[in-house]
Design a protein around this ligand. Sequence first.
Ligand code: ATP
Length: 221
Amino acid sequence: MQALGVFGGTFDPIHYGHLRPAQVVRERLALEPLLIVPAPHPPHRRQPVAAANHRLRMVQLACEEFPGFEVDDREYRRGGPSFTVLTLESLRSELGARPICLLLGMDAYEDIEIWHEWTRLPQLAHLVVMTRPGWEFPGEAQLPAWARGRVVHEARTLTQVSAGCIFFQPVPPEDISATAIRDAIARGESVRGQLPDAVWEYICTNRLYQPRGADAETQSR
Ligand code: ATP
């Protein structure tokens, strides 16, 4: 069975450190489609700087450059905190037994035990963990009890069962972070090349991530 991919995030803003690793995973696992799911109200982290609608628009612009990526705005339509478990639950009810692969950077995977109802995540999807510069994949001995026995090494296993496996997928390093992008813009620097041109132009047009107080009204719109 062909698997569907889900890649959620705050995307504040979306950049090539999100997009290129996800593209590598999409091709490696033949995910069709790969849903990019922006979180309007991420519950586990500092609140985003750009308003939810701006982040959604940037994701839409970015995905035009990546065939096979589809923007899924169900977390906007649902309202309330953007809990991944609810997103996976609604996809599962649409897809029946089809495999779902939830993509995560290694930093996000390390924090998974603080996610809302996190123990249900592997019941609903496979976890596909991507390398990220600065974070190492765990060795067998470092795996927590819940993850032991779930790790698979053959990509095709992910197409044979609906959910429940953990797959570590190395990707070419993209040393780009949304925090560093926001800081650079606030210092007045260009970040062209770290994200799609259409996203950079959107940031400039809407004066996003300017120093605090410079254009606060535009950012919260
Ligand atoms: P920040 O870069 O400020 O830490 P973030 O990009 O990690 O923010 P999100 O937008 O929520 O925050 O990230 C969405 C997903 O993308 C997460 O699973 C994260 O691990 C992953 N990710 C982000 N940047 C990279 C990168 N450079 N390489 C691989 N994965 C990444």
